[in-house]
Design a binder for this molecule. Structure first.
Ligand code: FAD
Ligand code: FES
Length: 274
């Protein structure tokens, strides 16, 4: 996206809002300027800086298929000032968007591998473009599986996509922390489902979720002897510039906005900092 002022957002219109659960909406957007919209492209794992005047700006992962040409999606959880405001908006309203930024997943390192996606809560959002890539290019990986955990069954995002992925032989296992209602799927934290058999059937592991979940998933993979080079994760930190200038997002000797947000396990900041 070409802009003289690198901090100046482009206006994007909300085309549609999909309610994923009581706290999370997916916003389908397009840029108001048709040329900007036509030029916009991103890679799985990248993020944009989203803003509303007087409400702030925050990094949000692109959550749609990167091959969609007219629209892109952001899946946003209500957590604070900006995201609460975003949840009051309706189709037809506009927001500011600049980017895309950050390092994407290295697609060349995933080719012909047996991929296991490990997602917790809204951590499925940055993984969705990559899952869509695997869905659209079935021969890209030898095998693709997803273990996705939420506190309860009403929190799962992308329910329709999960059904579609399953029909395309992406093995999707959903698990809830505690069984309630008529839930008949798995129960227990995602890490409890990382048993030796599941791990032995895969050779690349893509982990995203709350920091504590990333820590325990990587710890479990370490225990089972998986080399860190075979693990990828995406990290979150408070950001200001999003482009490597302000230093706000540093973690150990890394800047999450430009060195990440996607990291290989071998180059991750110390696990206790995640
Ligand atoms: C690369 C990246 C991708 C992301 N993708 C998504 C996404 O796809 N969807 C999504 O919903 N969110 C995503 N986030 C998280 C999102 O950017 C934050 O939740 C953001 O702070 C929300 O802004 P806000 O103004 O609504 O909330 P804020 O007012 O910033 O508050 C959000 C939470 O952070 C806490 N907080 C605020 N300031 C600090 C601070 N300085 N240090 C520690 N904690 C603080 C608050 O107490 C609150 O719990 C992403 C973050 C990163 C870095
Ligand atoms: S947010 Fe400014 S350097 Fe990363």
């Amino acid at each position: 996206m070409m802009n003289e002022n690198i901090y100046l957002p482009q206006q994007a219109i909300i085309e549609d809002i999909i309610e994923e659960n009581s706290l999370v909406n997916t916003y389908v957007l397009s840029f108001c300027d048709s040329q900007t919209n036509a030029n916009f492209s991103f890679k799985p794992g990248q993020f944009v800086m989203v803003s509303v005047p007087h409400q702030g700006e925050a990094p949000i992962s692109l959550s749609s298929s990167a091959s969609n040409t007219n629209t892109f999606s952001l899946t946003i959880r209500k957590t604070g000032r900006l995201t609460n405001c975003l949840h009051t908006l309706q189709a037809g309203n506009t927001i500011g968007v600049r980017g895309p930024y950050g390092q994407p997943f290295p697609l060349d390192q995933l080719k012909h591998k047996k991929l296991l996606f490990i997602a917790g809560g809204i951590g499925i959002a940055p993984l969705r473009p990559l899952l869509e890539y695997c869905y659209a290019n079935a021969d890209i990986s030898e095998k693709t599986s997803l273990i996705y955990g939420c506190k309860s069954s009403d929190e799962f995002c992308f329910k329709h996509d999960i059904k579609r992925w399953q029909q395309a032989k992406i093995d999707c296992q959903l698990t809830v922390d505690k069984k309630a209602g008529n839930w008949e799927g798995h129960v227990g934290l995602v890490t409890q489902h990382l048993d030796e058999q599941v791990i032995a059937n895969h050779n690349i592991f893509l982990v995203c979720g709350p920091g504590i979940m990333i820590q325990s998933a990587i710890h479990r993979l370490d225990e089972l002897g998986i080399q860190r080079e075979h693990i990828f994760t995406t990290l979150e930190r408070q950001m200001k510039c999003g482009i490597g200038i302000c230093g706000h997002c540093h973690m150990d000797n890394k800047l999450i906005c430009v060195d990440g947000p996607v990291f290989n396990g071998a180059e991750l900041p110390a696990l206790h900092n995640l």
